[in-house]
Ligand binder design. Sequence first.
Ligand code: SAM
Length: 214
Amino acid sequence: MSRYRLRIDADLDQCLAFSNWIQAHQFLSQRKERVLEIGSGMGEFLVHEAMQHPSLLFLGIELEWKRVLKATEKIWKQQNLENIRFLHAKADESLAQSLSDFDFQMIHINHPDPWSKRRHFKRRLIRPSMLTVFATLLTLQGTLWISTDHPEYAKSIHNDILSSENYQIIENQLLDEDALMQLGRKQTIFAEKLEAKGRPSRLLVARCIQKPTP
Ligand SMILES: C[S@@+](CC[C@H](N)C(=O)[O-])C[C@H]1O[C@@H](n2cnc3c(N)ncnc32)[C@H](O)[C@@H]1O
């Protein structure tokens, strides 16, 4: 039996990770205050947030199944936290449609793959079309939180957000120890490794000030 107690075919309340959107929809229907993380990796960040804010509902979307399992193990270790689940899926432009019945107070993206070569820029998760998707999913005045250690990607995201009529940038700061403490944020193992290599993270926060026209 899996030590993750992962029950894909079990009742929803016994499922710690989802493999399809229907399960995610059932979970998201439980409360109106919701937070989304895209590329949730091994779940350290979102599990910490879910423990800090028990009244909110947290959904992490992650492309790699093994990472979903690792994240799921963290929910289980915290006495089966009820307000967080992980979905194995790829976030792309269809996300607005897949989650069209729901809105989110916050969307987090931590250390999106930078795809540093110019010819790979189109693979980046944060691109103008996806910023529109995020604005569609956010509540008006909801916030998009992005952290990255990659200076060029950070600049490009900043510029894309500035060019969008949907957002206003409210924060662009280094995520040093003081900032982490002030924000009560958990640094992921991934970010800690980068920091040890002298690659600190930067945090960008943007508020949704105008919803995209459907
Ligand atoms: C560099 S890792 C960062 C993981 C984690 N956020 C952290 O900070 O430790 C990027 C993660 O995003 C996931 N990912 C990349 N593209 C994705 C997509 N389109 N939808 C969902 N997850 C994605 C990858 O599988 C990987 O786990």
